[in-house]
Design a binder for this molecule. Structure first.
Ligand code: GLY
Ligand code: MN
Ligand code: MN
Length: 450
């Protein structure tokens, strides 16, 4: 069992209520519509596990397909309305429990709830006095079409009604600045997602050795995610040995690992819909080779300096720029790049080695909502935001240098390294939430007697 006693997650319903209130203050005379995530077919009539849309979950706490939430702060009786699948014993026997209209009100706090079949009949009363609709055009074309159809109807009636929504605005511009700053309760959930991720990475380090297959390490880790009451992996786990580590989203995980190689593991847990996203790279056997060690130290130094640049008030781009500069300096010293440091950075000639950004927001989505830039301005970090810091170097076996850059000698080929931690911006600095997973070379070598 896990070292920390796991706790089952519960939706933060009281916080969902506060979030709706907060959002409705911004909406004013508008009406906001949020839809559940669409279901997805795996094959024939079998579906993938349902994963609720993060905005919908953030506002309602409800994990049910097909539901639609309406926020209408200007409505006289119903500010929060849910349209849900009605209770139906026969249908529920086949496809699972539904909350139904009563619980939508009693448990999830809706002022009114209707069966989805009444959407066309009931939705207009929440739109006709609104001055605009807030809605995110999402992946589900059916819901998009429904919202647009209702908007068109309202526009047609405007000249007689004298009111109605004249515009649609993307709801994410209102909601995502809230979502990006985590409350204490959300941080508790993120810390539990971290605890599961940390334990899984520690287990992987204990367990991985030459001769095992990558998926054997993967299953050890994912077992731990579920033992922590996690829903499972936050994203398809990447367990990449040898040159597979140069494939950023490698998920086949079917290779037998060999001594002398590195193992890159990028895996995190989803717990109560909050995610950890952690990467470590360590020797499959006992020791780094000389080239592996040199590149690893470079990535670690880049990560250390990038984490130091995660501070409230610092602009978003700085930690990425810091990581790039450290790695380009190192690659120049090694002769793997040549020329002027600033020019290489400006012309992005390092990109064959490092082709992704150094991080992203983390929360209900692994690549969480929130803005990075407004106009030409990079936004400053704010307390309560959580960001990943994940520099890497990747030298594919068929590595092609940028124009005017040297060929890479063979001994460097096939090495892929990434180190990723999850960092909370605090009022005075930062806290590395995933710090308990070792990354110093001394802690990654000689882990067990083979
Ligand atoms: N594992 C996805 C990412 O690191 O962004
Ligand atoms: Mn990752
Ligand atoms: Mn990441």
């Amino acid at each position: 069992m896990p070292a920390v006693a796991p706790v089952p997650p519960q939706p933060l319903l009281e916080e969902c209520h506060q979030r709706r209130q907060q959002l409705m203050e911004k909406i004013g005379q508008g009406t906001a519509i949020f839809a559940s995530a669409p279901t997805a077919v795996m094959h024939n009539d079998v579906e993938y596990n349902f994963r609720q849309d993060s905005d919908f979950f953030y506002l309602t706490g409800l994990v049910e397909a097909g539901a639609i939430a309406v926020l209408a702060p200007h409505h006289e009786e119903h500010q929060f309305v849910l349209f849900v699948q009605p209770k139906d014993a026969e249908k529920e026997t086949w496809s699972g429990y539904r909350i139904g209209m009563e619980q939508a009100k009693d448990l999830y706090g809706a002022d009114e709830a209707y069966p989805l079949t009444e959407l066309d009949e009931k939705l207009p009363q929440y739109l006709q006095k609104a001055d605009r609709i807030y809605y995110h055009l999402g992946q589900d074309e059916k819901t998009n079409a429904t919202v647009l159809r209702h908007w068109r109807t309202q526009l047609r009636k405007y000249h007689k009604q004298g009111t109605g929504p004249l515009a649609i605005e993307d709801a994410k511009f209102l909601l995502h600045p809230f979502r990006c700053r985590k409350s204490e309760a959300e941080l508790t959930y993120l810390r539990r997602a971290m605890a599961a991720g940390i334990e899984a990475h520690l287990r992987a380090m204990d367990y991985a050795r030459p001769g095992l297959y990558e998926f054997q390490v993967q299953t050890e880790m994912e077992y731990i995610f579920r033992q922590h009451f996690g829903e499972g992996p936050a994203y398809p786990s990447i367990v990449a040995s040898g040159s597979n580590a140069c494939i950023l989203h490698y998920t086949e995980n079917n290779r037998q690992m060999q001594d002398g190689e590195l193992l890159l593991i990028d895996a995190g847990c989803s717990y109560g819909y909050y995610n950890s996203d952690i990467t470590r790279t360590f020797p499959v056997g006992q020791k780094f080779t000389t080239e592996q060690r040199i590149l690893y130290e470079l990535v670690l130094e880049a990560q250390t300096q990038a984490i130091a640049a995660v501070q409230p008030g610092k602009p978003w781009n700085e930690f990425h720029d810091v990581a790039v500069r450290v790695m380009v300096e190192g690659l120049l010293e090694l002769g793997l790049l040549q020329g002027d440091l600033d020019e290489i950075i400006k012309e992005e000639k390092y990109k064959p080695f490092y082709m992704h950004k150094t991080g992203h927001w983390l929360g209900l989505d692994v690549h969480d909502s929130g803005f990075y830039k407004v106009g030409e301005e990079w936004l400053p970090f704010q307390p309560g935001q959580v960001v990943t810091v994940e520099p890497g170097l990747y030298i594919r076996p068929d590595f092609k240098p940028a124009e005017d850059q040297p060929e890479v000698p063979e001994r460097w080929l096939g090495i892929g390294i990434r180190i990723e931690d999850d960092v909370l911006v605090t009022a005075t600095g930062h806290e590395v939430l995933s710090a308990a997973v070792p990354k110093a070379i001394a802690d990654l070598e000689n882990r067990h007697s083979l």
